[in-house]
Design a protein around this ligand. Structure first.
Ligand code: AMP
Ligand code: GLY
Length: 423
């Protein structure tokens, strides 16, 4: 099969690395990709939202399957675009259709979905510029901290958590009236603060059947001890040690099953990954968000633990035969540590030469913001390279990741030294 992956992060390098292991693969393309994907596949300079160019490439080259990495093209309706084009309709595309992708594209839609299907989540109400006063009143009924969420996609910055009521009111005004996040904050969801520990559960579904993939926990803040600004993710661990059989059974019964069944009941066709962000409050898992794709850097620890042929898994998703597949999971722990550009998640410079990659032999090197310039691999984004390692437990895996992070070098390199500190 000829396969095209859309995206350019560590997630897509990990997908490419995993697909390359399949003997069903003929040729692999990544659009637009990075220096890592260029080393194992062919990069194509097409943007992930340029559906016309993607469609033309798929037809011209004879692509047999498309894997969508990031949420943007899904929320913009790439799956529907394929279904509505005679030449593309029969080509399997992994990722939900536009309506189902709204689970990530609109927090209000996701909350209403959870209410409808009795899926445990934080109590909430949503507001617009016409109902700001009601928003203030709702805030007054809550106890701090206050959680305000821009309804739409806001590049991971749309959730604001504040301790002070007056600050929360001011933030609500900024979002709704001053359009702090543009149209993404035209509607704001205010919800009850959930006090607990986070984990993410990944599900692969063909719309009828599903497989629960390994759990993961990521570390979103830039600073040690979970301080400072939010990033795309500074590291991840799989499995999550506290996600024991009892908790996983509960998550499957109360959340995964009702989610997949809810999609069916609501007539929301879904072939792809569901990323369920959870907080465990006491013994009770509650959903904080749905994403309609794999996480980054969670993919860099989840995929290496799956022993199955990924092309076969995706074919089963396309054919609706996931029930015939037995998942085989590596019982070891996997950890990844993300190296980032100095200054990230604020402004940072690009084009810094990266050295040391080839000296790393006992970890997987997944490249994110990298490109090739004058024959050298240089930085090209905030998150640069993720170093994934295996171990009998997450601590021993982390030791290897950190040892190998030490071999990498580029000007301004930064990374968190405390991944897993809270476990
Ligand atoms: P999101 O962009 O939805 O992933 O939210 C960003 C982060 O905000 C999450 O990873 C949580 O740490 C936090 N968060 C979101 N909703 C809640 C909530 N209801 N209670 C506590 N923390 C939350
Ligand atoms: N690491 C979080 C995300 O991919 O959304």
């Amino acid at each position: 099969m000829n396969i095209l992956i859309l995206g350019s992060g560590g997630r897509e390098h990990a997908l490419a690395w995993k697909l390359k292991q399949s003997n069903k693969l003929k040729k692999l393309f990544v659009a637009p990709g990075n220096a890592g994907t260029a080393s194992i596949a062919e990069n194509i300079t097409i943007g992930v939202n340029d559906f016309d160019a993607i469609g033309k490439f798929v037809v011209d080259i004879g692509i047999d399957m498309v894997i969508v990495g990031p949420e943007d093209p899904l929320v913009n309706g790439i799956h529907d675009y394929f279904l509505n084009d005679q030449k593309l309709a029969a080509i399997p595309l992994i990722g939900p259709q536009k309506m189902a992708a709204t689970l990530e594209g609109s927090k209000e839609f996701a909350k209403e979905f959870m209410m409808r299907h009795h899926i445990p989540t934080a109590r909430y109400e949503s507001f617009t510029s016409k109902t700001v006063t009601q928003g203030y009143e709702f805030l007054e009924t809550l106890t701090p901290p206050y959680v305000l969420k821009a309804d739409g996609l806001a590049a991971g910055k749309g959730v604001v958590i504040l301790n002070d009521l007056e600050e929360a009111k001011a933030e609500l005004t900024a979002m709704l009236v001053d359009e702090k996040f543009g149209s993404a904050s035209a509607t704001v969801v205010i919800e009850e603060f959930l006090d607990g520990i986070e984990l993410s559960v990944f599900v692969l579904t063909d719309g009828e059947n599903y497989k629960v993939l390994p759990t993961a926990k990521d570390y979103k803040r830039i600073g040690e001890g979970d301080t400072g600004l939010n990033t795309g993710g500074m590291g991840a661990i799989s499995p999550v040690p506290f996600a024991d059989e009892k908790l996983m059974n509960k998550i499957e019964r109360l959340i995964v099953k009702p989610t997949v069944e809810g999609l069916k009941k609501d007539n929301l066709p879904y072939k792809g990954f569901i990323f369920i962000g959870l907080i465990k409050v006491g013994d009770d898992p509650k959903v904080i968000e749905y994403n309609v794709r794999l996480g980054d850097p969670e993919t860099e620890v989840v995929l290496p633990r799956i022993k199955n042929d990924l092309v076969e898994l995706f074919q089963a998703v396309a054919n609706g035969s996931l029930d015939a597949i037995d998942l085989e999971i590596d019982q070891r722990s996997a950890t990844t540590v993300m190296t980032v550009s100095g200054g990230y998640p604020g402004s940072y410079e690009k084009g810094k030469e990266i050295t040391g990659i080839e000296t790393i032999t006992d970890s997987l090197v997944f490249q994110a913001g990298t490109t090739v310039k004058d024959g050298k691999i240089v930085t090209n984004g905030g998150r640069v390279i993720a170093i994934t390692s295996f171990g009998e437990d997450f601590k021993s895996a982390l030791k290897t990741s950190y040892k190998n992070v030490g071999k990498l070098s580029f000007e301004g390199i930064n990374y968190r030294k405390d991944i897993g500190f809270d476990l």
